[in-house]
Design a protein around this ligand. Sequence first.
Ligand code: TPP
Length: 533
Amino acid sequence: MSTVREATFELLRSHGMTRIFGNPGSTELPMLADFPDDFSYVLGLQELVVVGMADGFAQASGRPAHVNLHTAPGVGNAVGGIFNAQANKSPLLITAGQQVRAQITFEANLTNRDAILGPQPYVKWAHEPPRAQDVPQAIARAIHHASLPPRGPAFVSIPMDDWNEQADEEMTRCALARALSARALPDPVALEDLAGSLHEASNPVLIAGPDIDASGGWDAAVALAEKQRLAVWATPAPGGGRIGFPEGHENFQGILPPAIGPASETLKGHDLVLAVGTSVFPYYPYIPGSLLPEGTRLVQITNDPAEAARAPMGAAIVGDVALALERLLELLGPSERPAPQARPLPGEPAASEPISGSAAMTALAEVWPEDGIAVVETPSSTVALRNRLRLSKPGSYFFSSSGGLGFGISCSVGVALAQPERPVVCVLGEGSAQYGITALWSAAAYRVPVTFLVLRNDEYMILKWFAELEGASGAPGLDLKGLDVASVAEAYGVPSQEVTESGELEEALRSAIAVQDGPRLVQVPVATGMWLD
Ligand SMILES: Cc1ncc(C[n+]2csc(CCOP(=O)(O)OP(=O)(O)O)c2C)c(N)n1
């Protein structure tokens, strides 16, 4: 006979989920007691960063990750991270402690009242098992919900007295034996029709989204673009949590503008738009216009029925993105269309003091390591980073698809834990860094070798830019005088330095990236401005 705790750990083991990202409270201690030797616990000092670390780990490993939270206040703190994880389609099992069953009805202290409402609507499934014996089965179900497409977080609230109860042997045995597969090939007829349309189109274009990378469809996307001579744009940056196509490839044209009118303008001259592994489209801000140029057709391929349903225009094919691309490759021969023109290389950034965001990104590009991974939360320099790094390997870019800040530092820790062989560089605005700043402690405590690059412009630059765009002048709260992230990072145990000019920045980054046994932080003051080249 095993206890609910023993049965649950056996189940987690069978899914290869032996790492728990958490922040503990009294309601979680019965679960964590007698912690098995083959499990590890990654402590985050606040729940938003606990979820962010697990999100990075899940995305970079391609496997579900386990988050453990402290009853209602822990779940409350985590909600911003859960919102991000849902947008990132990150498969997370989220468990949270709860009062003992005998004290829930009269709401003793720390009762998570209406526990399943807390993380809604940002989870795929939320549950509090009716009996202690149902806990392992509920956790199994949450793992399956999280892992089935579209992937995302699933939540189980567990009363703290459940862990030492006897498990239901039959239910546990059956739960352990289950395996689910959900890589669904889209409708073969729809794919044949699409192949026919691609063959006949005079100037088709591919819009590459994050699920090309997440689904393992990278090579197929490249092969299809080459075979069919497709010009390729990345889906608009706000929703591009991962890059779906090598940005140094000669077919690659750039990032589609993130607003309706300008995106449609950019697509002029293309008779067929193939949007793969993306929502259509992650627009922000609102600049109205026609959704597509006159006479242009759009076909979306997505693993998410909701993403297909909510697209404002075009046809959609739902199924596994990689399988769809591979099937299109089989159906189509090489095209005789002229190959797309390669876009020009970016010029030297203008010299200034302090340096520009583009100059900082040029310095980073100079020292970029062969297998580097960029985790990005630097709003006014994201486009410059994309343009100058031109990342061209799969699994090399992570960004919060939801726009919620507090993602960068924690995600980079999770990514580096999942990919210990690859150097990880996390590029941050000094404002963005504050939302998840405590993850610096986890990076230092677990000696995770992330290089943090902080661009310090003493302001929320992108909000000033939006204020202009929205005609909203005179808003308060957009200046950040005296915010020294390097000093804060030192206090969390991360060796840090500030540099001022490009040569120094290159040198500091080169040596920080070479460090293997823990994080380093480099801060550089940058000029005010939106850095779009
Ligand atoms: C959780 C959360 N709170 C607030 C915002 C709004 N917001 C978007 S960008 C931004 C400023 C970021 O400042 P910084 O990181 O310094 O970058 P900069 O724009 O100066 O490059 C803010 C506050 C958000 N996206 N998410």
